[in-house]
Design a protein around this ligand. Structure first.
Ligand code: ATP
Length: 371
């Protein structure tokens, strides 16, 4: 009986001893589990130390959604804090947007993470802060702009949650893919003001006591998934019930195609973004003025959404006259948005009261509201 020669598997490219179990997405190196853990954790430690992201004794709120990125972030920060004695106090901060069948389930995961990682957990809800849940917003404003509403409100909610905890530094699980997508989106929109700022690892508005940072700035999404999988971390993997941001989806598809051909393109795009500096604040020339910009949405006071003409300038440090939150305008975006929702709710109530066939008319009115 003839026996076929056994295929020899080359050992892990780092330890040259153990059996490789994966091709590392970032470098395509064939690695064993232990070496993958080591490079993954060490690279994040290097990002944190080389940028002097934290200081000893600092209290850090981890924006915890229960998803893979923030769960791995909580796990990694706990691991590195203990291993390298950063001297940080870590707290989980979750925002409950009020999305039935999605956020309630993911928050149950964060509740378990709280016990697994032995960290305090603070949950702040849209309903308490704004009197509107996302489900209510979507039923009033429609699904089309749900990401715009949710993004504006969440940003403010994280700041308010941190302020409540008297914490001045919020970390989020935004990863390298998110950052490269943002660079691509800003590039494709010609939004040079945002492009210049989009790759900062740490941001802070002047006048605000709260810093925000992204320790996973150079960490590939695929590696986060692999790490969570091999470490058997407890995370929630369902997509949000509402439509994903359309233009980001397009940038994501483009990035994934590029990554398949050239894995380094994700860090290369970030590198390009980091070195992008505007020579001078140029006004848009006449040739661009009439070009329709389909993805720059502005929410008007009446609740309608219109398109921006690209003239906006960033002004840091002003405060909203209504709620006191930092804003580049007289009234912050969240207040404009909420006023629009209230106006729509009032309009629907009045119309509803004066008609005989209430339910049908109400349904029609909701469909016609110009969100
Ligand atoms: N409801 C929330 N509460 C607290 N933090 C949040 C919440 N939603 C998002 N974040 C923070 O913002 C980061 C990016 O959020 P995004 O909505 O892009 O989710 P994601 O890429 O799916 O991340 P994750 O896997 O952590 O959910 C998250 O990693 C988390 O740190």
């Amino acid at each position: 009986m003839s026996s076929r020669p056994k295929k020899v598997v080359a050992p892990c490219e780092l330890c040259h001893a153990r059996k490789p179990v994966m091709k590392r997405p970032k470098t395509l190196q064939k690695l064993c589990k232990e070496c993958f853990y080591h490079v993954f954790e060490t690279e994040i430690h290097h990002t944190i130390t080389s940028t002097q992201l934290f200081h000893r004794g600092e209290r850090i709120a981890i924006g915890a959604s229960g998803g893979k990125d923030s769960t791995v972030l909580a796990h990694i920060l706990k691991t590195l804090n203990e291993r390298y004695d950063y001297g940080l106090e870590l707290v989980l901060l979750s925002i409950d947007e009020g999305i039935k069948g999605y956020r309630d389930d993911s928050l149950a995961t964060v509740q378990r993470n709280k016990i697994q990682y032995d960290m305090p957990l603070e949950i702040v809800s849209y309903k308490d802060l704004y009197t509107w849940s996302m489900d209510e917003i979507v039923s009033c404003a429609g699904i089309r702009n749900s990401c715009t509403y949710c993004g504006v409100l969440r940003r403010q909610a994280l700041d308010r949650g941190a302020a409540k905890l008297e914490i001045r530094h919020v970390v989020t699980g935004h990863n390298a893919d998110d950052m490269a997508e943002t660079v691509l989106m800003n590039l494709l929109r010609g939004d040079t003001a945002r492009l210049e700022k989009s790759c900062a690892i740490l941001t802070q508005s002047s006048g605000s006591p709260i810093k925000r940072s992204k320790p996973f700035k150079y960490t590939y999404e695929k590696e986060i998934v692999l790490y969570a999988h091999y470490k058997k971390l407890d995370y929630f993997s369902t997509e949000c019930t509402y439509a994903p941001e359309a233009f980001r989806g397009t940038a994501r598809t483009l990035l994934k195609s590029l990554e398949a051909i050239r894995p380094s393109c994700i860090v290369d795009i970030i590198h390009s973004g980091e070195h992008f500096v505007l020579r001078e604040k140029k006004k848009r020339t006449a040739q661009y003025k009439n070009v329709k910009k389909t993805d720059e949405q502005e929410i008007n006071a009446d609740g309608s959404v219109s398109l921006s003409n690209g003239k906006k300038e960033f002004k840091d440090g002003n405060r909203c006259e209504n709620c006191g939150y930092l804003s580049s305008n007289r009234i912050c975006k969240a207040c404009v948005l909420l006023a629009g929702l209230e106006a729509s709710r009032a309009k629907v109530t009045i119309e509803n009261d004066t008609t005989a066939d209430g339910a049908a008319k109400l349904g029609k009115e909701l469909e016609q509201l110009s969100f």
